[in-house]
Design a protein around this ligand. Structure first.
Ligand code: ATP
Ligand code: MG
Length: 142
C-alpha cells in the first residue's frame, strides 16, 4: 500500500564498522517490518542513477563515489507512515544536527558518511524499492 513503505540503505562506512546489526535492531524496535532486504554493491553507473536527483549538487560526484565504494544493505521497510517516521528515526542529514537517540546521531561519521539513507516521499519510496528489488524479492503484501 502506498504510504506504508520506505527504502533504506545502510551505507558502506556503517557496513564496514559492523553497525548493520545494531541499525537493523533499532529499525525493528521502532516498529518497522523488513519487507525486502539484500547485501549488494552499486556500480558507479547504478549509483549515478540512484542519486540522479542530486546531479547538479556540488557533492554529487563524491556521493556517487562513496556509495559505490563498498557493500551496502538495501531494505524495504513497512510501517504506517513509514517515510516520515523513518526520517524521524534516522535524524538530520548532518549527524552534528541529529537528535539524541537517532540512528545518525549514534552511528554516522560525517555529513557524507551518515550511516543510512531514507526515502523522502511515498513516490520515491516506490521508485527506490523497484530500483533494488524484483517483484519476487519483495514480501507478498507489498
Ligand atoms: P538520504 O537521501 O541519504 O536519506 P537526506 O535525504 O537526509 O539523505 P539528501 O539531501 O537527499 O539528504 O542528500 C543525499 C546524501 O548526500 C546525504 O545523505 C549525504 O550522504 C550526502 N550529502 C548531502 N549533503 C551533502 C553535503 N553538503 N556534502 C556532502 N555530502 C552531502
Ligand atoms: Mg534524500
Amino acid at each position: 500500500m502506498a504510504g506504508n513503505i520506505t527504502l533504506t540503505i545502510i551505507k558502506p562506512e556503517a557496513i564496514s564498522k559492523n553497525y548493520t546489526g545494531p541499525i537493523l535492531n533499532m529499525i525493528n524496535q521502532a516498529g518497522f517490518s523488513i519487507a525486502a532486504m539484500k547485501l549488494t554493491k552499486l556500480s558507479s553507473k547504478q549509483a549515478e542513477e540512484f542519486y540522479a536527483v542530486h546531479r547538479d549538487k556540488p557533492f554529487y560526484n563524491d556521493l556517487v563515489e562513496f556509495i559505490s565504494s563498498g557493500s551496502i544493505v538495501a531494505a524495504v521497510l513497512e510501517k504506517d507512515n513509514a517515510v516520515e517516521d523513518f526520517r524521524k528515526l534516522i535524524g538530520a542529514t548532518n549527524p552534528e544536527n541529529a537528535e539524541e537517540g537517532t540512528i545518525r546521531k549514534l552511528y554516522a561519521e560525517s555529513l557524507q558518511m551518515n550511516a543510512v539513507h531514507g526515502s523522502d516521499s511515498d513516490e520515491n519510496a516506490q521508485i527506490e524499492s523497484a530500483f533494488f528489488f524484483a517483484r519476487s524479492e519483495r514480501a507478498d503484501y507489498l
